[in-house]
Design a protein around this ligand. Structure first.
Ligand code: UT7
Length: 330
């Protein structure tokens, strides 16, 4: 077995300063604070007033590098999980590379929606474990406000803008880092959660704009039914596969789409909520941002310690879903 493991050696996150609480939506939509809190767990979210996804990612990455005390030139590869790239091309990885001055890096974007960060983490780990690279930056960033229909109460209240980043490096120390993952896709989920306009299927025209095809569409009830089972199942499976009992798990880091889905996942794993990272109340669903923002916030609070078993679990558009087992390394 390969003894060279990919460990996370630094974390960083950034959310824009402007806070929009649930009452904000009451002014122009038939919705209310009570409905949003009870059905989702969201109290407020951040929307960036200007700039692009890379402008959220760059401060997250800079914090991550500063905490590790390394310069951008040392980065070998940048992987950016996002569904709101600055442009179709060049990739947001290229934009970030230029903005931070990572002159020795290559990189690419990865489209995995709400599971994007986990998919990118698993991908980045392969470059480390193969010995190909020494330092890989994995970014999860989305400016969801750029694709939200603010006249659709079913979707616009759910999302927020934000970014997180982690640095992957190699460790020879036994038993730390990304020890396992279990990733899935099912293209049958497309009718229920998508943005159909703007790509090669429906290139932008006055009609696609008129028909609001450049916005997130979600059939929430249908997605909920599969997400609540899918995320819980995949989290439980990775525990079983690795003989982890509930008391062995320090943290569940769930995708932050709905507090009821998070609750169900924790229950299935046998975890009490004091061992679950939850910040959906503050940020809503930041899509690819949710997992790395949690990791960075909890590390900042001093609540992530070397040796902690951490289970990551996600579910999102595609469908995409998965879990990962990290043993925290620093
Ligand atoms: O992150 C990617 C994966 N996404 C998810 O995991 C999201 C999964 N889905 C969900 O989290 C939930 O389905 C939602 C939070 C989106 C919706 O909650 P729900 O309990 O499934 O509500 P619903 O869609 O079944 O709607 C219930 C009622 C409907 O009214 P009727 O048909 O019963 O009269 C909706 O029209 O609530 C209505 N409704 C609202 N009412 C006030 C929907 N949105 C709102 C709103 N405010 N914002």
């Amino acid at each position: 077995m390969n003894s060279r493991r990919a460990i996370i050696t630094s974390v960083g996150h950034y959310v824009p300063p402007d806070i929009f609480d649930n009452h904000y939506f009451e002014e122009f939509l038939d919705t209310n604070d009570e409905w949003i809190r009870e059905r989702t767990g969201i109290v407020e979210r951040r929307f960036a007033k200007d700039g692009a996804t890379s402008d959220l990612a760059v401060p997250a990455v800079q914090t991550c590098l500063e905490r590790r005390g390394i310069s951008a030139e040392e980065i070998d590869c940048i992987i950016v999980a996002t569904v709101t790239p600055d442009m179709f091309f060049p990739s947001t990885a290229c934009v970030i590379q230029r903005k931070i001055g990572a002159t020795n890096a290559w990189g690419f974007d990865l489209s995995g929606a709400c599971s994007g960060f986990l998919f990118a983490l698993a991908t980045g780990a392969q470059f480390i474990e193969s010995g190909m690279h020494r330092k890989v930056l994995v970014v999860g960033a989305d400016k969801m406000s750029s694709i939200l229909n603010f006249s659709d109460r079913n979707t616009c209240i759910l999302f927020g803008d934000g970014a997180g980043a982690v640095l992957l490096e190699a460790s020879e120390e036994e038993g730390y880092g990304l020890l396992d993952f279990d990733l899935h896709i099912d293209g049958g989920g497309e009718p229920y959660l998508h943005m159909r306009g703007g790509g090669s299927l429906n290139p932008p025209t006055a009609d696609t704009v008129e028909n609001k095809m450049h916005y997130v569409f979600q059939d929430g009830r249908s997605v909920f039914k599969v997400a609540v089972i899918g995320m819980a199942e995949v989290a439980e499976n990775i525990m079983k596969k690795n003989n982890l009992a509930a008391e062995d798990v320090r943290w569940l880091v769930p995708h932050q789409a709905n507090l009821r889905i998070i609750d169900a996942t924790a229950r299935r794993m046998g975890l009490s909520m004091d061992r679950v990272m939850v910040n959906i109340n503050k940020y809503g669903n930041t899509t690819a941002g949710t997992l790395p923002i949690c990791l960075s916030e909890w590390w900042e609070k001093g609540e992530l310690e070397k040796g902690d078993n951490v289970i990551l679990a996600t579910f999102g558009a595609g469908y995409t879903w998965g879990s990962g087992w990290l043993r925290w390394a620093y």
